[in-house]
Design a protein around this ligand. Structure first.
Ligand SMILES: Cc1ncc(COP(=O)(O)O)c(C=O)c1O
Length: 399
């Protein structure tokens, strides 16, 4: 069946079956931490990974397993690991490939939490890093050191929506035998499949589009089976960053509407990016779907659609951007994204506040930058909200 069904259908049907006993179509929530084995030999085989199975709740459970299989399938990977947050996925993936005395090469604009992990916690374990401009293959190649053990990218990036060429970066990574890790949070497997483009590992904050309702914290790593086994046993299990079965169930439910939701998020983002680009009160708009975006052609090639996030600067810098955000009535000021509600935030003082000011400036995260996560509302209502906030700004400027 696999090759004949569209992704929209797979989101609903792949890797799930009605319950064998009851016929229930919704997946069961298995709360069990303890599992019984018929004999010691089977228990030993499961713990070593020689036999498939679940042995203790800190390493996964049956509901999580169903979801992991589904995520792996959707990303076209061998296996997936469900963990307690996007940051758990990112830190586990990096710690699995990079150890004391080794180096990770990172694209220069990443989620603030990733930046914080790499610049504060990872160095305490002897891991070094370099943030470089990954739009240039020459820059990447020059930044590779003999001890570089991972290349880590996010595309499109948070919050400046820089699009990176996964295929080209994967070629360099393969040449040097370095795993390429891609944060696919902004796209979801519905819009972009990094493994098919040559990446080795995908990480997700499932807190965003995959669950899609703002009520779950979760993350995923998709990679080769043996790598996922190692992460499960030797990193996630040791750090205790497992997902729980209720949240896994909610994501299984959320995935059924991912295609519908993502279409609407993208349509709204497209409409709002175009509206903002022609507004006289706007300084700059970042959206891969705009022909003015520097990687627009690459985005069209690499991504199925352009995503639901639009970043922009209003004229008047920091003060104006704060006034504008405070004047919004429909859009809610919030740190998250990918929810049904349109969410707005000020990266310099919110999601990226832990990045030092001089580095933010280097990464293009100006004090005037605003990030909008377009929700599922009617586009005209979102535009009306932006319009009234922009009108208040121009009033303040003229009075
Ligand atoms: C691109 C990206 N990756 C990872 C994360 C971290 O996810 P979580 O909050 O689920 O830990 C975020 C959070 O906003 C994000 O935007």
């Amino acid at each position: 069946m696999k090759n004949y069904r569209s992704m929209d259908t797979e989101l609903i049907h792949a890797m799930v079956q009605p319950d064998e006993k009851t016929g229930a179509i919704a997946q069961s929530i298995v709360p069990a931490v303890a599992y019984a084995f018929p004999d010691c030999e089977t228990a030993a085989d499961v713990v070593t990974g020689n036999k498939e199975g679940i042995y203790y709740g800190r390493y996964g459970n049956a509901t999580i397993k169903t979801l992991e299989d589904k995520i792996a399938y959707l990303e076209n990977g061998e296996a997936a690991l469900g963990v307690s947050s996007g940051m758990a996925a990112i830190s586990i993936a990096i710690l699995a490939y990079v150890k004391h005395g080794e180096h990770v090469l990172v694209t220069k604009d990443v989620y603030g939490g990733t930046h914080k992990f790499l610049t504060t916690l990872a160095p305490r374990f002897g891991i070094s890093y370099d943030f470089v401009d990954c739009t240039s293959m020459d820059v990447i190649e020059q930044a590779i050191q003999p001890n570089t053990k991972a290349i880590y990218i996010e595309t499109p990036s948070n919050p400046c929506l820089t699009v990176l060429d996964i295929r080209d970066i994967a070629k360099i990574a393969n040449l040097y035998n370095i795993p390429l890790i891609v944060d696919n949070t902004f796209m979801s497997p519905y819009l972009q499949k990094p493994l098919e483009l040559g990446a080795n590992v995908v990480v997700h904050s499932a807190t965003k589009y995959l669950n899609g309702h703002g009520d779950v914290l979760a993350g995923f790593i998709v990679a080769k089976k043996q790598d996922i086994h190692h992460m499960r046993k030797n990193v996630m299990g040791d750090l205790g960053q497992v997902l729980n079965s209720w949240d896994a169930f909610l994501i299984l439910r959320g995935l059924k509407t991912l295609a519908l939701r993502v279409h609407r998020h993208c349509d709204n983002a497209h409409a709002i990016a175009h509206y903002l680009e022609t507004h006289p009160g706007i300084e700059k708009v970042y959206y891969p779907g705009l022909p003015s975006h520097p990687q627009h052609a690459l985005a069209k090639k690499q991504m199925r659609a352009m995503g639901g996030i639009v970043s922009f600067e209003v004229k008047g810098g920091y003060q104006a951007s704060k006034q504008f955000i405070n004047a919004l009535k429909l859009a809610m000021i919030s740190f998250s994204l990918g929810d049904p509600e349109t969410l707005v935030q000020h990266p310099a003082t919110m999601t990226h506040s832990s990045v030092p000011a001089f580095e933010r400036e280097k990464f293009g995260i100006t004090d005037g930058l605003i990030r909008l996560s377009l929700g599922l509302e009617e586009a005209q209502d979102i535009i009306a909200d932006l319009e009234q906030a922009l009108a208040q700004l121009s009033q303040n400027i003229t009075t």
